[in-house]
Design a protein around this ligand. Structure first.
Ligand SMILES: *Cc1c(COP(=O)(O)O)cnc(C)c1O
Length: 479
């Protein structure tokens, strides 16, 4: 099978780069996002072969898919990295992302049985191993700086803990995370993990990360990097579970399935889009949002409108509370044709219109093409999520979290027409106990191994909301 392993920017920079060149990078130099030159197409014989591999080993399926995009890591090394990552010990089951059947034609795909009980572990655990491998190979070190209000930070810390050449400085708003989420991060005793509890709100944390990253001299001197959701390796790791879910839900490759995806920054569902571009028989990609409906508005109208901070709501599915969707530019570039003309138009929309007008509207002709890509969308309210959690418990004796409830509610709204629909379960309910108590009247079950998490000794430093204080801390503790 012919495949491309060079990466280009959605805004037109075509400097040839391999996977390892972009692994540790954020944005491309022109402000765009990295994508492969072309998506490898999986032919019928390969899909059939992968079905056999998937039945035996998620890690080996991951190896097959990743190899199509990674030419600069020797295959024996890549296979060892994925086998070390995707184990039943780390992800709870040998299937890694098993299905839970709800009713004929409707199942949950469990993506949240990794160490921090949210789907971000699936990609982040691989990223930790890839970062370590690449840094050791280069003889370099990296200081990862991030801001979190919950899931991303803890997934990153659990992926990077104990890794050679990597240190993590994770900012979180002091006293504002749920006790469970806080304990997941602060109980880590690894010397390379630094929890900085900032006296402020999440936006203050993000502003500090921006200020430090904009100090280019500091950034270079201390080798500052990030692990945010625009990282291509994270997206690529997520492509694998769309294939794994498809093979579990179907008997033959003539069948088609739909996926319903609780969405925030458009990373998860963008991976589904990539799987579909590769030829996985996906009927619909159902984008589910909460009250922060930037994406739902786009898929209904062709209008993409970035929200102001004051128009961004705090909801009961907080990991989907976004003002803009940072991976969305990748889809728009594909929608427009994934070529030099598409890059010109993408640069105009994202580099000029958004900064000037806070958004853009596609032409009717451009928007018409969305249909060919399988996308539909919908949104849920808090009341919808609570009702969906209650209903799912009553009918199937299955307890879901508020993000998964967004996905299930929106999937049902699209009528589940004739195709099996897989709703991606993106977190376990224990992480969002308050909403579960509201819906069910009692605390959700705690998975084995998480008893007493909140009473473990905590390791964190309280710090004023000042980029100078954070810089001093990094300078003192960095590798
Ligand atoms: C991050 C997250 C999401 C949103 O995923 P995106 O890739 O940003 O679209 C949904 N649910 C949970 C639980 C998350 O942690």
């Amino acid at each position: 099978m012919e495949h491309s392993v060079n990466y280009l920017s959605t805004r037109g920079d075509e400097t040839p780069r391999g996977f390892s060149d972009i692994l540790l990078e954020g944005l491309a130099p022109d402000g765009g996002l990295y994508l492969p030159e072309r998506y490898p197409r999986v032919d019928a014989a390969t899909l059939e072969r992968w079905r056999g591999i998937a039945a035996a080993s998620y890690a080996d399926l991951a190896f097959e898919i990743l190899s199509l995009y990674i030419a600069d890591i020797p295959p024996v090394d890549l296979r060892a990295l994925v086998r070390k990552t995707y184990t039943a010990e780390v992800f709870g089951t040998p299937e890694i992302t098993p299905l839970k059947q709800l009713e004929p034609g409707l199942a949950l795909q469990a993506l949240s049985n990794g160490p921090t009980l949210a789907f971000k572990d699936v990609a982040m655990q691989l990223l930790g191993n890839l970062f370590e491998y690449e840094l050791v190979r280069r003889g370099e070190t990296l200081n990862i700086l991030g801001a979190t209000s919950g899931d991303t930070g803890s997934a990153a810390e659990h992926a990077m803990r104990g890794k050679q050449g990597v240190r993590v400085f994770m900012l979180s708003p002091h006293g504002r995370m749920s006790p469970f989420q806080q304990a997941q991060m602060f109980s880590l005793q690894d010397a390379n993990i630094h929890n900085l509890a900032i006296e402020g709100v999440f936006d203050d944390c993000q502003d500090i990360v921006k200020a430090v990253s904009n100090d280019l001299a500091f950034k270079r001197r201390h080798r500052i990097g990030t692990v945010n959701s625009i990282n291509w390796a994270r997206l690529l790791a997520q492509v694998v579970y769309y294939f794994a879910g498809y093979f579990q839900a179907t008997e033959t490759n003539d069948e088609r399935v739909s996926f319903a995806v609780p969405s925030g920054n458009f990373g998860n569902v963008c991976a589904g889009h990539v799987a579909r571009m590769m030829g996985l028989p996906i009927e619909r990609l159902i984008v589910a949002t909460n009250e922060n409906d930037v994406l739902d508005e786009f898929f209904r109208t062709g209008r993409y409108r970035v929200r102001a901070a004051c128009d961004t709501h705090e909801t009961s599915s907080p990991s989907m509370d976004i003002s803009k969707a940072s991976n969305f530019e990748r889809f728009v570039f594909d929608l427009l044709g994934h070529d030099a003309n598409a890059a010109r138009r993408t640069r105009q929309l994202f580099g000029e219109e958004i900064p000037r007008n806070g958004g853009f509207t596609l032409s009717a002709g451009e928007f018409e093409r969305v249909r060919d890509f399988g996308f539909v969308s919908g949104k849920s309210t808090h009341a919808d999520r609570v009702a969906t959690i209650r209903d799912t418990r009553a009918r199937f004796s299955v307890t879901i979290d508020p993000h998964t409830a967004d996905g299930l509610k929106v999937a049902r709204g699209h009528g589940l027409p004739g195709f099996t629909t897989l709703v991606l379960e993106t977190a376990l309910p224990i992480k969002f106990a308050a909403t579960l108590i509201e819906a069910l009247g009692h605390e959700p079950e705690r998975p084995a191994g998480y008893e007493g998490l909140e009473s473990l000794p905590k390791r964190f430093t309280v710090m004023p909301a000042s980029s100078e204080a954070v810089k001093a801390c990094i300078a003192e503790n960095c590798v």
